[in-house]
Design a binder for this molecule. Sequence first.
Ligand SMILES: C[S@@+](CC[C@H](N)C(=O)[O-])C[C@H]1O[C@@H](n2cnc3c(N)ncnc32)[C@H](O)[C@@H]1O
Length: 227
Amino acid sequence: MSSENPKDLVPMFFTNTAKSYDKIVYWTTFGKDNVWKNKILEHLSTEKTVLDLACGTGILTKQIADKIPQAKIIGLDITENYIEKAKEKLKSYQNISFVNQDAEKLNLGKKFDCITASYLPKYCISDVLVKNCIAHLNNGGKIILHDFTYPKNKFVRKMWNFYFNILYLVGFFVPNWKKVFVSLPYLIRTTDWITAYENTMKNNGLKVYKQDLTFGTSSIIVGTKII
Ligand SMILES: C[S@@+](CC[C@H](N)C(=O)[O-])C[C@H]1O[C@@H](n2cnc3c(N)ncnc32)[C@H](O)[C@@H]1O
């Protein structure tokens, strides 16, 4: 169930799940995924260039393009099947392009006004990801990271654990998602991505803002590159 390196889980979770991802993320979060992505969007307004790391099937990428249609947006993901799905879904958007690349080896040769990532931080080493992002960020630009967190409140924790026990059983009926439903709760319980990214951002001179969402079941951290 456990894994030495969270990155090893990425091919296990994502190689065969692109087709059903949009429905699964909607239903398993009771629609909260959409609420959380709207919270990410609240931090965006007049950016001209946006890089959406770990764009997956392009759910957030599309929402960014709809909110700021004048922006040029790149969606980037390590998993080819997800990028293919995103390309197919968003082919009518002239201002979105896609790159198949590892965010921990980010090398795009250009800078952005904003870099977003939803559900990526827990798979990466904070020092590597933040430094890569800073190297691709214009002065005054923002890095907006979002991911699941293990709730601190005891009652919410009980409900959270109960819910993941149900998902564990559901996994027997949706084989492609079984590994995710079995291993994801352990990863969320053991990761302290928020503290790691907060410290790394501060150590690298970024101004940091944190936001807990839905009883502490997910969080957003925004790092601004001060001019
Ligand atoms: C749960 S999906 C999230 C997709 C999208 N951000 C969303 O919110 O719907 C996680 C995505 O992270 C991608 N991913 C994981 N590690 C990555 C890395 N090092 N570089 C780029 N993408 C990565 C996976 O391929 C997968 O598509």
